[in-house]
Design a protein around this ligand. Sequence first.
Ligand code: ADP
Ligand code: MG
Length: 573
Amino acid sequence: MPIKVLDKHTIDLIAAGEVVERPASVVKELVENALDAGATQIQVEIRGGGIGLILVTDDGNGIPAGEVELAFERHATSKIKSQDDLHNIQSLGFRGEALPSIAAVARVEILTRAEGDEAGTSVTLENDVVTARRAQSRNRGTTVTVHDLFRRVPARLKFLKSVHTETARVANIVSQYALAYPEVAFDLAVDGKPNLRTAGRGKLLETIIEIYGATLAAKMLTVTGGGGEWSGGQEKADAGITVAGMVGAPGLERAGRDYLSFFINRRWVSSRLLSYAVEEAYTGLLMAGRHPVAVLNVTLPPAEVDVNIHPAKSEVKFRNESDVFRAVQRAVRRTLVAQMPVPQINEPVASFTPTLPRREAAAVLPLALSGDTVTAGPATPLLAALPVLRVVGQVLNSYIVAEGPDGLYLIDQHAAHERVRLDSLQRERARGKPEVQGLLEPSTLDLTPRQDALMKSILPSLAGYGFGLESFGDRSYLVRTVPALVAGDDWPSMLRELLDSLSGGARSGWEEKTVNSIACHGAVRAGQVLSLEEMRALVRQLEQAAIPHTCPHGRPTIVRLSAARLEREFGRS
Ligand code: ADP
Ligand code: MG
């Protein structure tokens, strides 16, 4: 084919793809425009995960009647004038690409009124072309309505996840900007129902309560003094870099990194660098594999950060990465040290029933793992069932020592209990009758906006396991029954963690994740002292499990040191 310049519509579609990846990107761009316009109130409404409808209303500056169509031209912006301004970006937008990109992949209506204009202006664009324009009354501000997103881009539509996942992403964007701008009142409605509302009184802690709930908020620490607002309580950490916000006290930990929110000059960004900086500040204060909660704004001279590296502007490049890293790490660490006594890390007290010196216990494990490991997967016919085992004791508060017909067995108590719990869940599930525990007093479960969106989609599946949950107003659920298996556990945390772990993934894995987290959450932990009776009961149950040799994550539950091996090791054979 000869080389040709593409037609305008094709060029627009290609460019739009980079800015508008999914409904949440549209919401992000429109909310950023509202914030740039100085709005104090922003209302967002979506239907059908944003594919049916997205509506964003603000009370900001509005667009003058004569400039409305111009706002939809590619690279038309009121925020910068020339190349020089690129080094000093003070606004969230500056590329002049959002409105034309959205108009290239949806039907858009804008109703806007600027200060000084007699009336508002309403303009409709379809397929990038203005199809209607008229005067219409409204107060100062702007409303953008987006219908039928991606209807003409089937490839994009196919790539979207379920309505619930897309809704969760939108809820997350609105939550992040509500955290970044505590002085702005945000309102999100999903399919006609309120999802999130912030008061906009300028108090970060208040916004954290509104989004994450009071229980989590009670464990947040303000980064060095002040009241938690971005303006107050800031830490002049390093030349020109200011770190402000709140971080969770040690002990407040989450399974994933979803509770780390970072803003650079109040732009929400995703940044591995900043995640590492915060996690490093928590070194020694969190359990391995767990992540902290943080809401931080880093203020630095605009020339020190390049926000123009991606059309979606969600990633930034720092001129001096190590300065930023150090400033954040230090500010967080100082906050933790100043406001929280650092807990003594005690060596767990050894409490073996018949004592096995620790040195030896440690020596057995590698031996067992090197030669005689029993790591039979589900399909191993050799060890379809476990032999009958006699419990001898516990080592390192984590492993049960048992004697079998052919040597010594070490059982990972957590992995074994997970397996046992999973087994009984699956049996109940197969019978179609979960063992249910009614709660004496119905309990309420409050969720974040994103968790709530996902909860809607797993409610029926949870019911199948015995969770009797009813939606009860704004992001609250009334819990009347729980599976008997988790009745004594911290099941609210389990449910929240489950929802957090679902947000990104494919729907097909949800069922499995649900079962696994019910099985895992209440299971005996490593480090927990067990009585001989408890160990015997656990080993009996494990012997009866259908696949006793691995935990639900595929790790071994049991390793064996054979009699022959023992004899070899002691030079008897
Ligand atoms: P950018 O935000 O990068 O300038 P956009 O395509 O998002 O580009 O918007 C183009 C222009 O339209 C903006 O520069 C601004 O002048 C105007 N505009 C868009 N949304 C709003 C709004 N909600 N309130 C006031 N002006 C707006
Ligand atoms: Mg913009």
